[in-house]
Design a protein around this ligand. Structure first.
Ligand SMILES: Cc1cc2nc3c(=O)[nH]c(=O)nc-3n(C[C@H](O)[C@H](O)[C@H](O)COP(=O)(O)O)c2cc1C
Ligand code: SF4
Length: 491
């Protein structure tokens, strides 16, 4: 992003009549694999932080998706849901059969509220350990390993060989009060990162046995989770190969594993492909399996659109049913968190590119990532595959979405924040009530809530309670309504 900080305004737009909308491409039917889909409108995954601490669906999760279903998008993708059965805060989980009943309820409520018009997929993900930024005293007192190389650097830094053999407690105590310049001379790059940002694992940390073993464990974990999605009744499963998480890191040019799963493009895509094939074998050829991945990592040394085009062709050849293209959202360039907080992958330039705001460069946030989808689509088509491509990022209007489809840049046009601002907007536009769409301001108040794992709401509606509304469910802070106000088409 250029350094210019230009404040864009959300453009005035024209809305179609009902007849124009009904004749449009965006509201026209198509297929994903064998699955008929009524519209090319799409709600991509958004984590709302409403699950229980142990990963179960709650009434608030049901309300959240029910509300999106009322807008009747063609496709609604349920938030990133963990494939492992491990503690991960209020993030949905699908790592055990005990999660199936709650997920089945979610499927049922979406069917009911969309009157069967919306197809429901669930995004499934794996992620590696990321710890909060520690108190320096705790880091030096407990977390830091006092190993011979560190002792040697310390002895050298202060010209005192007694540190080579000093009692470990003395080393820890001394480092805890040492000057920053000494700390920088003593800790290696990763240790310093753990102090300043919190400990974070990489997929290329193959000295750690559980990281080395990822290629042998992930395909089955994804496949079992995908099968649970099918059993729960979802219309399809989306493999989360995007942003800061495990599979995106395998795909990244930064992945230099030397075990046959890193280095060249062909080797970086190997585990994501093996996983896709294992998932496919487990769920069958008649079930939708899609992939969300990055058109560009946006970090130094990361993958670019040429890599993404190559991956897209590989995934298509391996039988993926759709490709949903995102951008950035990586840890590598994230801002330093406060002590006690975890690094958040949407704070650096790559984070900006993932969820662009109105404060940006000349290009502005609107449709910013469409060229990536278009490049991938072209490569996939040239290779002879018909795999649908989904684009997202700053989508805010009918004309914009329609033009993207008409130009053949994508097959589905997705909107996350605009749909959070107004879940009814697809239906309003489809019925000719576009003038009443509550329009996203693209200033990322919602993303700020996500960053702190607070229940996500939209600033346009979370304080608006009409006198006639009773028993409105509120966020745990008691100050925000959890869901947008209701809407009914005028009689
Ligand atoms: C609150 C929030 C949570 C999100 N959670 C996810 C997620 O779980 N998985 C994912 O792939 N993208 C996630 N995203 C990214 C969106 O799917 C989308 O790619 C991004 O917001 C850009 O699209 P937009 O401009 O239409 O909002 C999230 C976005 C927001 C605002
Ligand atoms: S909080 Fe802001 S950016 Fe998020 S959906 Fe609402 S208006 Fe859009």
């Amino acid at each position: 992003m250029s350094l210019k900080r230009i404040k864009h305004s959300v453009p005035d737009v024209r809305w179609p009549t009902e007849a124009e909308a009904s004749a449009s491409l965006w509201f026209s039917s198509t297929q994903i694999g064998h699955l008929p889909v009524e519209q090319r409108t799409w709600v991509p995954a958004m984590v709302p932080w409403r699950a229980t601490e142990d990963g179960f669906v709650t009434p608030e999760v049901l309300d959240w998706y029910a509300r999106f279903a009322e807008g009747r998008p063609g496709v609604l993708v349920v938030e990133a849901t963990g494939i492992r059965d491990i503690a991960s805060g209020p993030l949905l989980r699908i790592g055990d059969d005990r999660f199936i009943p709650g997920l089945r309820q979610l499927v049922e409520i979406v069917r009911e509220r969309s009157h069967g018009h919306t197809r429901l997929f669930i995004q499934i993900l794996d992620f590696l350990t990321v710890r909060r930024r520690p108190e320096p005293a705790t880091f030096f007192g407990r977390y830091l390993t006092i190993h011979p190389a560190l002792r040697a650097r310390l002895a050298r830094a202060v010209s005192d060989d007694r540190w080579l053999t000093a009692d470990e407690r003395d080393v820890r105590a001394w480092l805890a009060t040492a000057d920053r310049s000494v700390i920088e001379a003593v800790l290696d790059e990763r240790e310093l990162e753990s102090l300043d940002y919190g400990y974070r694992e990489r997929v290329w940390d193959t000295h750690l046995p559980w990281i080395r073993d990822l290629p042998s464990v992930l395909p089955a974990l994804f496949a079992e989770a995908a099968l649970r999605a099918r059993v729960a009744g979802f219309d399809g499963v989306e493999l989360h190969y995007a942003h800061a998480y495990t599979m995106a890191s395998f795909l990244s040019r930064l992945n230099d594993r030397d075990d046959g799963y890193g280095g060249s493009r062909e080797l970086r895509v190997r585990l994501p492909l093996e996983t896709l094939r294992t998932v496919r074998a487990r769920v069958g050829s008649d079930y939708v399996v899609g992939i969300r991945y990055l058109g560009d990592d946006v970090v130094a040394g990361g993958s670019r659109v040429e890599d993404a085009a190559f991956y897209g062709v590989e995934f298509a050849a391996a039988g993926v049913d759709y490709l949903s293209v995102s951008k950035g959202g990586r840890f590598e360039d994230a801002r330093q968190p406060k002590i006690g907080e975890a690094v958040y992958p949407y704070t650096g330039e790559s984070g900006y590119e993932c969820m662009p705001t109105v404060l940006g460069d000349e290009r502005g946030p609107f449709g910013r990532n469409v060229p990536l989808a278009a490049t991938i689509r072209r490569a996939v088509r040239e290779a002879g595959h018909r795999t649908p491509i989904v684009t997202s990022g700053g989508i805010h209007s009918f004309d914009q979405a329609e033009a993207i489809l008409r130009r053949g840049e994508a097959d589905f046009v997705a909107a996350a924040r605009q749909t959070l601002a107004d879940p009814d907007w697809f239906r309003k536009v489809r019925l000719g009530f576009g003038d009443s769409v509550r329009r996203c301001q693209f200033t990322n108040y919602c993303e700020g809530l996500d960053q702190h794992h607070k229940q996500v709401t939209c600033k346009l509606w979370d304080r608006q309670i009409a006198p006639a509304e009773h028993d409105v469910p509120m966020a745990t802070d008691g100050r925000r309504r959890l869901g947008p106000p209701p809407w009914r088409p005028p009689a």
